[in-house]
Design a protein around this ligand. Structure first.
Ligand code: ZN
Length: 64
């Protein structure tokens, strides 16, 4: 059983709106600006992982 293959969403934690912890030590992030989804071991990356985006506001809501 590889926990990274199945992405067991039974054990998911969320921080903010755009990041959630997936099984294992990885966080799933989704960019508000470009829609990019990526995984990292960092809970809160500073910038979007999309080189064309790199937005520091990837996890910020546009409307406030
Ligand atoms: Zn982005």
């Amino acid at each position: 059983m590889n926990p990274y293959m199945g992405m067991n969403y039974m054990s998911v934690w969320r921080i903010g709106d755009m990041s959630m912890k997936v099984d294992g030590d990885y966080w799933r992030h989704e960019c508000n600006r470009c829609g990019r989804v990526w995984y990292s071991i960092k809970a809160e990356p500073k910038n979007c992982a999309n080189v064309k985006c790199k937005s520091p506001y990837w996890n910020k809501k546009r409307v406030r």
